[in-house]
Design a protein around this ligand. Structure first.
Ligand SMILES: O=C(O)CCC(=O)C(=O)O
Length: 246
């Protein structure tokens, strides 16, 4: 998800139009032997915008098997992103199959027509698609259900930001948005009744910047994170990362 190459490409395509982007969806796709081709489509059609003047998202298809013409390597219609409106159909007979060895990645724009190919081989074909979407759009999947706070806290700030645990534009706006990823979102899971165990405002009032060597800080960390079962070193790293970015 946070592979440097994928993020470098996403930076180029999406950052001109947003302050931060997020993971829209994570999908594993296995095309079995004998399966027919998927209908060609655009991934950005989930957003009801015609001619938005920018790319709304970008896809990265990682090959977990060799992709071949025979086994259904993703079909792509080159230059089809230039057909700006959904009723301006490109000639979808002019698709090309993606041929790439296992471990490779295909990047495609959200407006590019594409689809899984027919699998005429004996084996199955597996791939993983991650989409990255402009940070001010709703993500395609609800990442807070896929990766709830007690799991998200185990990742670094970059991954948490990609999942959406960071307000959009927190780095460059002028309206006082919280800067950096938001501890209130990642370190206080709802209790059994669906309420937060501490109010965000109370915690912000009492929270001061302390270093990891401060004994009271360690005690507080242990209390706060006891539900995760993580060791304190991991917790201290995660918390320091959050604190530093505030
Ligand atoms: O499996 C593939 O090659 C593409 C799948 C795809 O585009 C989709 O499911 O939206």
């Amino acid at each position: 998800m946070d592979h440097d190459l994928a993020l470098a490409v996403a930076d180029e395509i999406l950052l001109p139009h947003c302050a931060t982007y997020t993971l829209g969806s994570m999908t594993a796709i296995e095309i079995m032997s004998g399966e027919s081709g998927q209908a060609l489509h655009r991934d950005d059609s989930l957003y009801p915008l015609e001619n938005p003047g920018m790319e709304l998202l970008m896809g990265a298809m990682w090959a977990l098997d060799d992709f071949t013409v025979e086994n259904g390597g993703t079909r792509v219609v080159p230059r089809s992103h230039r057909f700006l409106r959904s009723w301006h159909l490109p000639d979808v007979t002019k698709w090309e199959s993606t041929v790439m060895p296992k471990g490779s990645v295909l990047f495609y724009l959200g407006s590019t027509w594409h689809g899984g190919g027919a699998n005429n081989s004996e084996g199955s074909r597996m791939g993983l698609i991650n989409t990255y979407s402009l940070g001010w759009l709703r993500q395609k999947s609800n990442q807070y259900l896929d990766t709830p706070p007690d799991v998200a806290i185990q990742f670094g700030p970059r991954m948490r930001a990609l999942l959406g645990y960071m307000p959009h534009g927190s780095g460059d706006d002028r309206i006082g948005t919280f800067r950096g990823d938001c501890p209130a979102w990642v370190d206080t899971p709802p209790n059994r009744h669906g309420e937060r165990s501490e109010g965000r405002l109370d915690r912000q009032k009492t929270r001061t910047r302390r270093t990891a060597s401060d004994p009271t800080y360690q005690t507080d960390l242990r209390a706060r994170y006891r539900y995760t079962g993580q060791d304190t070193a991991t917790i201290a790293t995660a918390y320091t990362a959050v604190s530093l970015s505030t």
